[in-house]
Design a binder for this molecule. Structure first.
Ligand code: SF4
Length: 437
């Protein structure tokens, strides 16, 4: 199952808090559960408070460990309320043979013993069904399709209705998220749906157009994520140039060399990506291209890696993330052969990031002196001491931010969730520093 999701910033996949107590064996269990959660589209939370539910992997070896585990469960229940317990203590009996954890904390959602990944996942699914995002591709390094199945497009009327409700609720930024947003509607042959009594095709272009029209009266932003560089995406660029949707595309290229892309079985691997980006920039000079890459994929030669570095420079990728290749259990890429030593993979990642950061910061510096529209994310004391926000070039949580200085005008205030104009006065790493005007 899969879907195209239109979400507000705060409404991405359910968040799971995780506490791992105990020995190395327990840690392995924790890693297995976290890998499954991640592959199924759940997010993790660092605090009990921000999580939708908490998993506590317990230890029952000595009295101190039992106490620590029971105390942690109690704390998670008090702060969050939804708690799943796993690990050795979960298998321990209490007085009268009843399960000890249940005896001490009857309100926990589920209790399992150690090595019970599937039971823990069943309990998580029961509390928060897994996010419905799948994928039609079969990239060799990825296990998402085997866990979540093929892409299933949500009816366009449902997506637009959800977007309308978010805008009416005051949301100022709509993020379009899926495993492959450019493939929206492929599974239903781009069938015609209905919105406000009017026919509208289940397709990226029509969706972006409708969202742009809908967001305009609210002054809200529409941002597209996970779009592959198919020729059909070119048609969306005029919407960006005209300001209907943000001139921002999140395109996970992963590599540039055709042979590596083939080994990865990447979508659109036969496309001429560099030329495509150059054409996008001609149609919409303001466009920001964000991407992620993998360094040190099995069999990657130094020449193929150098091709990737050249691509980042020539394509002027505005925002880039990079992972050193790391085998995922169950992925086809593990059998390709040519696995590079971990030091080489890491060394290439570091070299990649140095090039990508040089490109990115040089582009940021060119913004100094410009005036930009900034969506305020935080502004204590009405912004009298400044705050933080984001421009169209910054997606929440993955890109940089705009650090807002205290306004010079006494009457000027900043409010979370509202827009301000700001003059860019400096850069700080990946961030901009700006004076609200
Ligand atoms: S496009 Fe590839 S990497 Fe992305 S979810 Fe699909 S199979 Fe995985």
């Amino acid at each position: 199952m899969s879907e195209l999701v239109v979400k507000s910033k705060s409404a991405m996949g359910p968040k799971v808090g995780f506490v791992s107590l105990g020995c190395a064996k327990a840690l392995t269990d924790s890693e297995l559960i976290l890998t499954r959660l991640n592959a199924e589209g759940y997010q993790t939370s660092k605090t009990f408070h921000d999580a939708d539910l908490v998993i506590v992997n317990t230890c029952g070896f000595i009295d101190d460990a039992v106490k620590e585990s029971l105390d942690t469960i109690g704390e998670a229940l008090a702060v969050n309320g939804k708690v799943i317990v796993t690990g050795c203590l979960g298998a321990k009996g209490g007085d009268g043979g009843e399960n000890l954890v249940r005896q001490m904390h009857p309100s926990v959602l589920a209790v399992t013993g150690p090595q019970a990944t599937q039971q823990v996942m069943d309990a998580v699914h029961a509390a928060f069904p897994k996010p419905h995002e799948g994928c039609n591709h079969r990239c060799t390094f990825c296990i998402i399709p085997s866990m979540r199945g093929d892409l299933v497009s949500r009816p366009i009327g449902d997506v637009l209705r959800e977007a309308q409700a978010l805008l009416e609720g005051g949301v100022k930024e709509l993020l379009v998220i899926s495993q492959d947003t450019s493939a929206y509607g492929v599974d239903v042959q781009y069938r015609t749906g209905f919105w406000n009594g009017k026919p509208v095709k289940t397709r990226l272009l029509e969706l972006a157009q409708a969202l742009g029209d809908m967001a305009q009266p609210y002054g809200a932003w529409v941002r597209l994520h996970y779009v592959y560089p198919y020729p059909s995406v070119d048609a969306v660029l005029p919407l960006m140039a005209s300001g209907k949707v943000l001139p921002y595309l999140d395109v996970p290229f992963q590599h540039s060399h055709p042979d590596v892309l083939k080994r990865m079985k990447r979508p659109a691997s036969g496309e001429k990506n560099l030329e495509r980006i150059q054409r996008w920039r001609e149609t919409c000079p303001e466009i920001i291209v964000r991407s992620t890459f993998i360094a040190g994929f099995p069999g990657e030669t130094e020449e193929e890696f150098a091709h990737l570095l050249d691509f980042v420079r020539e394509a002027q990728i505005d925002r880039a993330g990079c992972f050193a290749y790391s085998p995922v259990s169950g992925a086809v890429a593990n059998d390709i052969g040519g696995m590079l030593p971990a030091e080489v993979r890491e060394e290439r990642r570091v070299r990649f990031m140095a090039v990508a950061e040089a490109v990115s910061t040089a582009k940021l510096k060119r913004r100094v002196g410009a005036t930009m529209q900034v969506l305020v994310d935080s502004a204590p004391s009405m912004g009298k001491k400044g705050g933080t926000g984001r421009s169209y070039a910054d997606a929440p949580e993955i890109d940089g931010v705009v650090k807002l200085l205290p306004p010079e005008k006494i009457s000027k205030t900043l409010k979370m969730g509202e827009f301000t104009r700001a003059k860019i006065v400096a850069t700080q790493g990946h961030d901009l520093v700006a004076l609200p005007i």
